[in-house]
Structures are given as structure tokens and as C-alpha cells.
Design a protein around this ligand. Sequence first.
Ligand code: VGL
Ligand code: ZN
Length: 214
Amino acid sequence: MQVTPQDVLIVVDVQNDFCPGGALAVAEGDAVIPAIHRIAPLFHHVILTQDWHPAGHSSFASSHAGRRPFEQMELSYGVQTLWPDHCVQGSRGAEFHAALHLPQAELVLRKGFRPQVDSYSTFFENDRRTPTGLDGYLRERELKRVFLAGLAYDYCVAYSALDARRLGLPAVVIPDCCRAIDLEGSVATAERDFAWAGVEQVQSGDLCRADATP
Ligand code: VGL
Ligand code: ZN
């Protein structure tokens, strides 16, 4: 698949807390970094997202008496999975992994900063209504197709890809540049939703730059 100047690579949540040793570690989470470094030069535009929660965030199990991480709980906007405390604003866990080196990134989009609402997607918070502003940003900059890599495949990457489709943007997930949390069938659910919504999945080795001569 050819990458064009109106494509953008969205590198999702490659932060210490989602990597081995972190508070919500994704198995092999740091393995996405060399893979992302290999494909980033194909893209004219790169943006980063950063999970960015205030202490005491409503998605943290510790914020609800008697609740444990990975349980489900009814919040004002619907059912929310409860997580260990992670990506607290200003903490080391919230920092990008030290090996991630993408100085060409044009935007760092922070999400999940409202105390009462979680945000997996980089377009809408988990109430499915509150926008992050990314849709307007992409439109104003005439970026017309999104490629997604990072963490976690079955949460922030999946929700972002599905919301892109909901907004009418073509969306391509690069699975070998992602790793999953895999909680109660979440990977199978993401794959089924991708097929239904028209999210494409393309391996990183099958990407090339449109202007590259074969
Ligand atoms: C994420 C759970 C909670 C993610 C963020 O980046 O996939 N998952 N917060
Ligand atoms: Zn989070």
C-alpha cells in the first residue's frame, strides 16, 4: 500500500506505563518502538497521542471503594473497565518511552484529562460524544487518511480506528506495530469490529512511499 502526503501516522500511547515494568504493562509493549521507527520515515506527517489522567481519575479502580482493576463498572456514560492507576499527569509512567524517537511529530494529543470521563479513542472520549479536537485538526490540515500504530491494539488503537471510520476517514491499522492488552476477548472483538467498519489492516512490510520508485 502506498503512503501519500495526505496520510498521517498516529502513534498511540507509547508511554512507560504501557510498556514492560509499567503500571498497565502490555506484553511486549516496547517491541512496537523499532517497528514504528522503521515505518515513520514513509510518512509526511506523524502525530503522537498521550494518555494523560489526573490523579484520582474515574477510570482508576482505586477511585472506587471496594473495586479491583479490570472489573467493569457503570459510570454516568455507560460501562467502563476499571484500570490500575496509570499515566498520571506529570508522572514517569505518563512519559513517552525513552527509546521512542520521533522528533518530526507535528502534534502531541493528550486525552483522558477530564476526571469523570475516560478516553480510549483519540477522536472522542468514552461518552462517545466529547470530541478531542483531532477531527477538526485533521480537516484543517487536509489530512485525509489515518494509519494507526502503538498501544493498545484492542483499546486505544481500536477505538481510534473505529471513530475515524465513524467520521468518514479511511483508517489503516498496522498490526505488527501494535500490541494488545487482550482482556476477555477484546482482540477478537476489535478484529470483528474492524471488518464490519471497513478498517483495513496492513503489515508494515507492505507499506511504501507513493513517490518511491520501485
Ligand atoms: C489504554 C486502557 C486505559 C490504551 C489507555 O492506551 O489502550 N487502555 N487507558
Ligand atoms: Zn488510560
